[in-house]
Design a protein around this ligand. Structure first.
Ligand SMILES: Cc1ncc(COP(=O)(O)O)c(C=O)c1O
Length: 375
């Protein structure tokens, strides 16, 4: 059997990792400014993390959601305390798209409305509802049509108010910072006005913090820069440092109805052990503060680089937009300078390193990047 050929691959076989580095089968080291697509939060093969999941899998990797799982309870308490949403509840699933599916579903169960409002250049995943609220028709086949979604421009509060005034919308879904859209940051006043517009029309506000959450922006959630609270928050990527897992944080205004949501694998023992370990490491090593500090340094320095059209970002979620296509720059970074980076469209490089990136590693990246730009 061959693999179904849907990915365009880097010509590198990554076989191991340590902190902010990965290694190929020949032992070549690469600086990881991509974090495996914003997934690696506490660093590759962190010893505490390795110990926690090794011990858990040796004891019990999985049992179903039909029994008490105290690891889920421990995770919910720790997450609530760490992110400042202590009074919310937690539902655990397996991927980012699945978290958004459940958020859209719960919102509609809650208010009985049908439509969802989303934003241009959004990305929310590739399953039914998540694909439909993603602003890219390529991801939605004919079978997904029928789900009602409308899109407005990011930061256009007048357009949002006009749509929500119809009271036809069950929810609004918005990324804390648009990732695939090229690191586009909604402005803080817009977020506060959006919160108000949702309150005025009893529309559920869903914050997709799958990429921008878990400390990446320099706060636990990117929307916390605006000082607002969301009704539902989806998290994934950094939550398990690579173990597939996601979650939905749920406001106390939603009442749990037995059987309404469910999953086989979600919240399994191994994933919970990983997620608990991630939060413990983040707290112990002050990784959110580190993301804020190292991210600010990178942003400062990169803004002084010639040849970049625009530098955008918060914390360790940074977009570098160029006039010209970035394919060659990225390829030189990888194959000559041994640096992994991400991409958003044809003109923007995305930096999404592990949150433990040190100042020295950030400077090392800047030196290698400068060499590529000077070519
Ligand atoms: C903002 C956002 N939402 C949702 C998703 C989908 O997550 P997953 O690929 O785990 O389904 C992604 C993935 O890149 C994302 O960046």
């Amino acid at each position: 059997m061959e693999l179904f050929d849907v990915y365009s691959l880097f010509n590198v076989n990554v076989v191991s990792g340590k902190g902010c580095h990965v290694y190929d089968e020949k032992g070549q080291e690469y600086l990881d400014l991509y974090g495996g697509h914003a997934v690696i939060s506490v660093g590759h093969a962190h010893p505490d993390y390795v110990k926690a999941i090794s011990e858990q899998v040796a004891k019990l990797g999985f049992y179903s959601n039909s029994v008490i799982n105290t690891l889920q309870v421990e995770l919910a308490h720790l997450l609530g305390k760490t992110c400042g949403y202590d009074d919310y509840s937690l539902f655990l699933i397996n991927s980012g798209a699945e978290a958004n599916e459940n958020a859209i579903k719960l919102a509609s169960f809650h208010n009985g409305r049908k439509k969802v409002l989303a934003f241009h250049h959004s990305f929310h995943g590739r399953t039914t509802a998540a694909a439909r609220v993603t602003d890219n028709p390529k991801f939605s086949p004919a079978a997904y049509m029928g789900f009602e979604v409308e899109f407005v421009d990011l930061n256009d509060i007048a357009a949002v108010r006009e749509k929500l005034a119809t009271k036809e919308f069950s929810s609004v879904i918005i990324e804390g910072i648009q990732g695939v859209g090229g690191i586009q940051i909604p402005n803080d006043q817009f977020m506060r006005d959006l919160r108000q517009a949702c309150d005025d029309t009893e529309t559920v506000l869903i914050l997709d913090e799958i990429q921008s959450g878990y400390g990446r922006s320099g706060k636990f959630f990117a929307h916390q820069y605006a000082g607002i609270k969301a009704d539902l928050i989806s998290v994934a990527k950094g939550i398990g440092n690579g173990l597939p897992m996601s979650g939905m944080l749920i406001s106390p205004k939603f009442k749990a109805v037995p059987g309404q949501l469910g999953t086989t694998f979600g919240g399994n023992h191994l994933a919970c052990a990983a997620a608990i370990s991630v939060l413990n490491i983040m707290n112990k090593e002050n990784l959110i503060e580190n993301a804020a500090k190292v991210g600010a340094h990178l942003l400062d320095e990169l803004k002084g680089f010639k040849g970049i059209k625009e530098v955008r970002g918060r914390g360790l979620m940074i977009g570098l937009e160029f006039e010209e296509p970035i394919k060659e720059i990225r390829s030189n970074l990888l194959y000559e300078q041994k640096v992994f980076t991400g991409v958003a469209g044809q003109h923007t490089i995305r930096l999404l390193p592990p949150l433990c990136l040190s100042m020295a590693q950030a400077d090392e990246f800047l030196t290698r990047f400068e060499k590529v730009l000077k070519k």
